[in-house]
Every structure is written in C-alpha cells, then in structure tokens.
Design a protein around this ligand. Structure first.
Ligand code: HEC
Ligand code: HEC
Ligand code: HEC
Ligand code: HEC
Length: 422
C-alpha cells in the first residue's frame, strides 16, 4: 500500500499538461515522417506493439511526449524519439495526429490531409488469451465498488471516447497496448495518480477482459452492473465501542450522525480512517502539537482512551449508517471534484475519494459523501493553511493550497450533496 500511495503522490506533480505552443498540422505532417514506421502515416500503429495516435487528443499527445523526454514515462524506444523534438515540434505532430478520426481517416481537415494511399492498417490480431469482452465492458462502465475500482467511463467516456482533453481516448486502440499500459500503471512503472490508483486494484484477469472489450467495443452489447453485496466486517469490537461512545454523542450523535453542522458525522466512515484520526489526535497530545492532528476539543476526548478503546470506537461508528443528505448539488463543485483542473494542477478529487464520494477504505481515503458541508469546508481550509497536516505525504495539503475560497465552498456543498437520495 505504501507503494501505491507513493506513486500517487509522485503523480500529483504530473497533472499539468497543456502546451503553450499552438500546433500546425501541416508542419506536423512533415515532422511525423520519422514516426510513421511505427505509428503509421495516418496514426494507425503498424503492428499491435505500436499504439494508434490517430484522433488522440493533441494535449494528451504533447503531455506524453514531454513525459518521455523528461524520463517520467519510461520507454527505451520513445525516449530518443521524444528527445529529438522541440516543444514546437511536439505541438505540430500532435496537431497532425489529432486531425485524423480514431480509425485513421482524414477528418475532413484541410491542413492534415491524411495520405489516402497509405497502406491500410493491419487488422488487430485476435488475442490468444481467453478473456470475456462483456466482463471487460462491465468493469469499464461500472467499476467494482467492492474492490475499489472506479468506473473508467467517468474519465475515458462511452466506449473510450473521452471528452476531457488530458484523459486519453481509448477507442480503436490496440488491446495489447491497453493491457501493457494498465500493467505499467499497476506496477507503478508508469506514473499517473488516478491511473495508479485504479489499476492497482485490477487483477491480471480484469486487465485481459478490458483488453478484450477494446478489440471491438461495438461488438459488445449492453451490460448491467453486477450487484455486489458487501458484507461489512470490522477489526474492532462494535459492541465494546458502542459502550464507550456515550461521551461522543453530544457532538457526533449517538449513532454517529452529527446534528450540528460544524461537527463531522462519523457514521459509515471507513474504520481504518477513523482509527487513524483518533490516533492522530492522541499523537498531537503526546507530542505537544508537533505531530498528529491538532484540535483542542478532540484532544480532551482522546486523552483517556486506550488504543483498544480507539479501535472499538472506530468499529462502532464505521458500522453505523449515515443519513441521506438534503444538500443541493453544486455544478462548479462537481466539475472540480470529477475532473480537477489541469491548468491549475488540481487533481480530480474522485481519483482518491471515488466518483460517489465513498472514498477507498484500503488506501485510507475517507468517505466525504453526505458529510456536513460546514465541517468539510473547515477541513479544506485547515489543509490549505497547514493547521491540519496529518495527511500522509501532504496529499491533501498539496491540493488544498491551490483552491480558492469559492472552490472550497462549491466543493463542500457538492460533496455534502453526494448522498442526497431525493
Ligand atoms: C521505432 C518505433 C517508434 C517510432 C519511430 C516512434 N514511436 Fe512513439 N511509441 C512507440 C512505442 C513502442 C510506444 C509505446 C510505449 C509504451 O509502451 O509506453 C510509443 C508511444 C507513443 C506515444 C504515447 C501514446 C499513448 O497513447 O500514450 C506517443 C504520443 C508517441 N509514441 C508519439 C510518437 C511520435 C510523435 C513519434 C515521431 C516523432 C514517434 N512516436 C515515433 C514506438 C515508436
Ligand atoms: C479519474 C480519472 C480516470 C479513471 C477513473 C480511469 N482513468 Fe485511465 N487515464 C486517466 C488519465 C488522466 C490518463 C493519462 C495518464 C497520463 O497522462 O500518462 C489515463 C490513461 C489510461 C490509459 C493509457 C492510455 C494511453 O494511450 O497510453 C489506459 C489504457 C487507461 N487509462 C485505462 C483505464 C481503465 C481500463 C480504467 C478503468 C478500470 C481507467 N483508465 C480509469 C484517467 C482515468
Ligand atoms: C464537544 C464536542 C465533541 C465531542 C464530545 C467529541 N468530539 Fe470528535 N470532533 C469534534 C470536533 C470539533 C471535530 C473536528 C476537529 C477538527 O476540526 O479537526 C471532531 C472530529 C472527530 C473525528 C475526525 C472525523 C473526521 O472525519 O476526520 C473523530 C474520528 C472523532 N471526532 C471521534 C470522536 C470520538 C470517538 C469521541 C468520543 C470519545 C468524540 N469524537 C467526542 C468534537 C467532539
Ligand atoms: C491523492 C489522493 C487524494 C486526492 C486527489 C484528494 N484527497 Fe482528500 N483526502 C485524502 C486523504 C488521504 C485524506 C485523509 C488524510 C488523513 O489521513 O487525515 C483526505 C481527506 C480529505 C478531507 C477531510 C475529510 C474528513 O472527514 O475530515 C476532505 C474534506 C477532502 N479530503 C476533500 C478533498 C477534495 C475536495 C479534493 C479535490 C480538490 C481531494 N480531497 C482530493 C486523499 C486525497
């Protein structure tokens, strides 16, 4: 898990992308001659080893070329290729390949004019493994909550046509290439925060299924979410925790639903996260506020608790059910939460807190869906000012410093509305 977290943090630095150079597709056509041997004159890879670039977002192509050049994305073949390109060259070849449709047709663009006599792309060979395209599509469209896999469709779009410019199109890509990249994200050799998180939870079988889906997305019929019943089990002793929880009720509610908006609800929060917070409050007491999570009120509460008590309290509150919220949805908050803001280097919150705000238990990412908005706002402000600094590797602090007051208000309201069932 350390490794996953570490790669996530590394990835945060790489969020930004968009080039300041405007690409010229006509100039790019000339410069792309050196790429043709592998990526085809029309951006259709000559063999399954070489990814298709046709119709890929230009911003994404530039971002990858820069990453190859800087050695952030490692590939012995592409490193020297990218090394030879200036920023302007990159913008030009990106504009050129982006001017095609995903299947390598010239998209009525006047500048690019894909060579009509270019040899037809070799049809992707049928994969040798036995994988189920339908299972792949199910993972793609619905993810798998029980295993912390975010649905890919939220970022890469229906059948792999993404509308967010730094999220690559996957449609018409070679299945083998997709699988190779997923494995690289999984083992951390290719670094990107959301993808390391998502791929880290994929099994090799999942990856094969997803590859099979991309052999021919049109051939796979509609799929339905498989309903997963997650039976909760807890490390701590729920009953013993309940007995201890009486002193917490005044602020957090007897069942963990806080009635006053400045106090956090604890019901349904991840057990591991709750335990970490209690230990962090205690650590602040023990270290004279040098480390841990500093809060005058909670300091008094945790002082008399043993580690055993804290385990049991965490189990008790995690076992409770959070009430549905009545907060209204917020469009600006939603946009930041789901897509982040590449220009300002803000990672999408959903990469860690998941699309539905349920967090990722195993990675220590808390549930924020349905939490009191006033509390959420106060925490983002504390992460931003450094008053709260108990997040591993400054994961939240790095993001919060980039948020304006308006961002924080919008985000807090949106997150609070996430379990509004009405
Ligand atoms: C000798 C073969 C070869 C040549 C020539 C070549 N590439 Fe590549 N390219 C590759 C391979 C292999 C990969 C996949 C690397 C990986 O697995 O991460 C790749 C990946 C890429 C990617 C990332 C694609 C994605 O979907 O993430 C881009 C962008 C790219 N190449 C652009 C170029 C450009 C522009 C040129 C010409 C200046 C070029 N390549 C020349 C072999 C080549
Ligand atoms: C939170 C948004 C997000 C989610 C969810 C997500 N991805 Fe990605 N994905 C990205 C971004 C951003 C990149 C580009 C990474 C980079 O810049 O190197 C990417 C890159 C990829 C690539 C490499 C593409 C290439 O051309 O090299 C593949 C393959 C991929 N994702 C597959 C998936 C699959 C399969 C899932 C679901 C299991 C998924 N992604 C879920 C954001 C996401
Ligand atoms: C007098 C009111 C009060 C009482 C009683 C109280 N708390 Fe808190 N609790 C707070 C406040 C205020 C915060 C937010 C602190 C901050 O801003 O960092 C908090 C935060 C927390 C958090 C962190 C929640 C999160 O989402 O990060 C946990 C866990 C917690 N309390 C557990 C407990 C437990 C267990 C008890 C009983 C032993 C308890 N609290 C008693 C006021 C109280
Ligand atoms: C790289 C992963 C990551 C990303 C991206 C991320 N978070 Fe977090 N977030 C965390 C972790 C880890 C914690 C818990 C830190 C701790 O251990 O106290 C957290 C805690 C929080 C909390 C405090 C919850 C509580 O109960 O006290 C809020 C609020 C929050 N995040 C909001 C956001 C928002 C809004 C964004 C996007 C702008 C975001 N996060 C992006 C990892 C992330």
């Amino acid at each position: 898990m350390k490794k996953v977290l570490f790669s996530i943090v590394l990835g945060l630095g790489l969020v930004n992308s968009a080039s300041a150079f405007t690409g010229d597709a006509a100039a790019g056509k000339t410069k792309a001659a050196t790429c043709a041997a592998c990526h085809g004159t029309n951006g259709i890879g000559s063999t399954d080893m070489y990814p298709n670039l046709a119709g890929q977002h230009a911003d994404y192509i530039v971002k990858q070329l820069k990453a190859f050049k800087a050695g952030e994305r490692k590939d012995p073949v592409m490193a020297p290729m990218a090394m030879a390109l200036s920023d302007q060259d990159m913008a030009d070849v990106a504009a050129y390949f982006a001017s095609f449709t995903r299947d390598g047709q010239a998209a009525g663009g006047d500048a690019a004019s894909g060579d009509a006599s270019a040899p037809a792309a070799a049809a992707p060979a049928k994969p040798t493994f036995v994988a189920d395209a339908k299972v792949g599509k199910t993972i793609y469209e619905f993810g798998d909550k029980a295993r912390g896999i975010t649905a890919c469709v939220d970022c890469h779009g229906k059948d792999g046509d993404s509308s967010v410019l730094i999220n690559p199109n996957l449609s018409n890509q070679h299945a083998q290439y997709i699988e190779k990249q997923l494995k690289a994200f999984k083992d951390g050799s290719r670094v990107n925060a959301p993808m390391n998180q998502v791929a880290g939870n994929l099994s090799d079988e999942d990856i094969a299924h997803i590859g099979a889906y991309f052999v021919d997305t049109a051939a796979v019929g509609e799929v339905e979410a498989k309903s997963v019943v997650v039976s909760k089990s807890f490390v701590g002793d729920v009953a013993a925790g309940k007995a201890k929880a009486a002193t917490c009720a005044a602020c957090h509610g007897a069942d963990g639903n806080a009635a006053v908006a400045m106090y956090p609800s604890l019901a349904g929060q991840s057990e591991a996260y709750l335990l970490k917070q209690l230990r962090d409050f205690k650590k602040a007491v023990d270290t004279n506020n040098e480390e841990g999570r500093v809060d005058g009120v909670m300091a008094g509460m945790v002082a008399p608790l043993s580690d055993e008590d804290m385990k049991n309290l965490a189990a008790y509150f995690a076992s409770q059910t959070l009430y549905p919220s009545t907060a209204e949805e917020n469009a600006a908050g939603r946009k930041l939460f789901v897509s982040g803001d590449a220009k300002r280097g803000i990672t999408a919150c959903m990469a860690c807190h998941s699309v539905d705000g349920q967090g990722m238990d195993k990675a220590g990412f808390p549930v924020i869906a349905g939490q009191n908005a006033t509390y959420l706002q106060s925490q983002l402000e504390k992460f931003r000012s450094g008053a709260r600094a108990n997040d591993l590797n400054n994961m939240m602090g790095n993001i919060a410093v980039k948020l304006t007051d308006d961002d924080i208000k919008a985000l807090a309201q949106y997150m609070s509305s996430l379990n509004n069932k009405g």
